[in-house]
Design a protein around this ligand. Structure first.
Ligand SMILES: [Zn+2]
Ligand SMILES: [Zn+2]
Length: 371
């Protein structure tokens, strides 16, 4: 192959904060890539569409919760791709030309692994995430294990294929961890794509949903949430979520949201901002639920006595499994999750701009057309 294959590479580790004067993409660049020889069980694929994840942004900004990622690394774990070549070994029914999305997390698959022995690769202590532990979907070609391939379901476009992984994370959280019931009032904290997807799936499960954001989100992500019919709550240190719920929030029909004292049934935490989780505990009803999908750059203070005295259920939810991918695909193919409302497509030539827009929250969900 004579043409150069390119990839978007994380090479630096410098901590970039809002106060920094260097560009937010200083730790990354577009590079020419070498494709390694295929090992046993590996395949070569041409990437089609790849989504930018909040974790890609955090790694690009040098946040400490991504210090462990080896540099240089072609990042990207949310993608669709087409099989170009099968390496040595058995690949089952997989064939050249198949279109798939990979499981982001590959477990050790050892019989004595408590997670892998029950097919929960997402909870394996030695799991490997594509795009962090090995080169990923922001390369125009990618080498990966055929074990992690999930074929795209009929009726799903390759562009939607790039959203299967993030939607599967929300499927896992809402189906297995959130204890969501029809008629509940749910607050989603954070209006990044995981927050917006959580809002859609919570509503699909019969809940009434409010979603929070900050002033910067007003013209983009909160506006999108409002267009999609959700109650939106702009929060700030001076105008907190709990204060606004206590003062009273109403839905589009004027019906009060939450209880008279400003509490809700469930909070789904998607912001990754420590004080947001600290506050979440105070806005949930006794015996209510908090589902945490975000991760945090430092430890979070929690009023554990209040947690006990109100018998709250607080659960974390990590990644997703193959079953969740199948549900996520179905939710998009059948239109339950309206993916077209949330995608901002960029060409590969504009990938650095796409990262800049995503890091600055100036888009909703960036998906790159890779080739
Ligand atoms: Zn992700
Ligand atoms: Zn394992």
């Amino acid at each position: 192959m004579s043409e150069t294959i390119k990839g978007f590479c994380l090479h630096g580790k410098e901590k970039i904060t809002p106060a920094s004067t260097i560009p937010v993409t200083s730790n990354t660049s577009v590079v020419a890539m070498e494709i390694p020889a295929l090992q046993e069980g590996e395949i070569l694929a041409k990437t089609l569409f790849t989504g930018i994840c909040g974790s890609d942004n955090s790694a690009s900004l040098g946040k400490s919760n991504f210090d462990w990622v080896q540099r240089p690394r072609i990042i990207g774990h949310e993608f669709s791709a087409e099989v170009l070549e099968l390496g040595p070994g058995n690949h089952g029914d997989l064939k050249v030309g198949d279109i798939f999305t990979p499981l982001a997390m590959l477990g050790c698959q050892k019989e004595d692994c408590p997670a892998c022995s029950v097919s929960k690769w997402n909870l394996c202590a030695s799991k490997e995430i594509i795009g962090f532990h090995r080169n990923g979907g922001f390369g125009q070609q990618v080498v990966l294990e055929s074990d992690r391939v999930v074929l795209l379901m009929d009726g799903l476009t390759p562009e939607q294929g790039a959203l299967v992984e993030p939607l599967s994370v929300v499927v896992n959280a809402l189906h297995n961890k959130a204890n969501i019931k029809p008629g509940q009032d749910v607050v989603v904290t954070g209006c990044g794509i995981i927050g917006l997807m959580s809002a859609e799936l919570a509503r699909a499960a019969g809940a009434r949903v409010a979603i929070t954001g900050i002033a910067h989100d007003r013209d983009k992500r909160l506006k999108k949430a409002k267009e999609q019919g959700f109650i939106t709550i702009e929060v700030s240190p001076e105008n907190s979520l709990s204060d606004q719920l206590k003062k009273g929030i109403v839905d589009a029909k004027g019906i009060p949201f939450g209880t008279k004292n400003g509490q809700v049934d469930l909070v789904i935490e998607c912001s990754g901002v420590p004080p947001v989780l600290t506050e979440a505990i105070s806005v949930v009803k006794p015996e209510g639920d908090i589902c945490v999908i975000a991760t945090y750059p430092k430890e979070v203070a929690i009023n554990a006595t209040h947690l006990t005295r109100t018998s709250l259920n607080m659960r974390g939810s990590m990644g997703s499994c193959r079953d969740d991918y199948m549900v996520a695909q179905k939710l998009m193919a059948t239109g339950v999750f309206p993916s077209e409302a949330y995608i901002n497509q960029y060409s590969f030539e504009d990938i650095t701009q796409a990262f800049e827009d995503s890091i600055k929250a100036n888009n909703v969900k960036a998906v790159i057309k890779m080739n």
